[in-house]
Structure formats: structure tokens, C-alpha cells
Design a protein around this ligand. Structure first.
Ligand SMILES: [Zn+2]
Ligand SMILES: [Zn+2]
Length: 171
């Protein structure tokens, strides 16, 4: 497994939003497959590479950074506001339930680990926004945790309604 270190020398981990030692904000850049330390600025991020010659690198933060999933990835697609990992999620369970918010966060953390492996292996990651039948994750709830859920339930909240309806048919 690839190890990452903050500019201050502290070891940092894939899902860290900031460095425990120096407090720098952290971002994971899927293009360079590197964690960068820096400063959050509104929707942007100013990365401060260890190599001072590179000075500051502006990056865009994933819009899910401030949501339940606490995503620390950079956005690499120009027309997206979510990173390549978050934007592959098509359906999430009802977020009005606390347990579902925790589950979604855990799933996305695990998915980011998976995506770093895919990137590392140079496997293509094309999600359903980018191509028909592209990679899509539907995090569904079933009767074991929510007896109110029915088959083809209405309680799943699709992130993008159109895709949900295309797949499941209109109600
Ligand atoms: Zn640090
Ligand atoms: Zn993200």
C-alpha cells in the first residue's frame, strides 16, 4: 500500500481531511495519485507541494467534502462538481435516518480505497455520466434494516432522478 506524508513529515492516510500534527488541510489528487497538504479556499484548494519550486497548485475540492461522506478528493473533470469517485454513486438510501448517513460515509470511504487501487492498476474508470453502462454504485436499503422498504421502493433517494427512472421505469 502506498504511504503518504504531510509536508511536515507526519504520516497521513487516504481519508484524512487535515494533518493531525500541523493542521494543514489535505487533498487527494487522483491524477497524480498523491496526497497534498495546503489550504482550503472557498470551493478551491491551494496545494503546497514539498518541492518549493512548484510553489502553489490550485485544485478544486469535491462538493462532497462538506457532506456526510467527508470526501477529500480533488475534482479532475471540468464539468463536474464531484470527484470521479463520488460521482460514480447513483443511489443512496434515505438520509433522514442517522444509521443511513453513517453507512453512506463508510461505504464512500471504502469506495475511495477501491478507486485508489483501480487507479494504481491503471484500470479505466468511466462512470455512468461518461458512458452508457459505465460504473455506477447503488447503495440500497432492504427490509432487514427498514421494514417499510418495498420492492422498487420510493424511499431510496436517487442522486440523479433521471438515471433512476431510466433504470427502474417511471412510477
Ligand atoms: Zn502536517
Ligand atoms: Zn468526492
Amino acid at each position: 500500500m502506498k504511504r503518504f506524508f504531510c509536508t511536515c513529515g507526519q504520516e497521513i492516510f487516504l481519508n484524512n481531511l487535515y494533518c493531525d500534527k500541523c493542521g494543514r488541510d489535505l487533498i487527494f489528487d487522483p491524477e497524480s495519485q498523491t496526497m497534498w497538504g495546503g489550504i482550503l479556499k472557498d470551493e478551491g484548494f491551494e496545494a503546497h507541494p514539498i518541492d518549493k519550486a512548484l510553489d502553489k497548485i490550485p485544485m478544486r475540492i469535491c462538493s462532497q467534502r462538506h457532506s456526510q461522506v467527508l470526501c477529500n478528493w480533488a475534482v479532475t473533470e471540468e464539468d463536474q462538481d464531484q470527484c470521479i469517485c463520488c460521482s460514480s454513486t447513483r443511489t443512496i438510501p434515505d438520509q433522514s435516518a442517522e444509521k443511513n448517513r453513517k453507512r453512506w460515509r463508510s461505504l464512500e470511504m471504502a469506495k475511495r480505497q477501491l478507486f485508489t487501487t483501480l487507479l494504481n492498476l491503471h484500470l479505466p474508470i468511466e462512470n455512468y455520466h461518461q458512458k452508457t453502462n459505465g460504473l455506477a454504485f447503488d447503495f440500497l436499503e432492504d427490509k432487514r434494516s427498514n421494514p417499510a422498504v418495498e420492492n422498487r421502493t420510493c424511499s431510496f433517494r436517487p442522486l440523479r432522478r433521471n438515471h433512476y427512472l431510466k433504470r427502474h421505469g417511471s412510477r
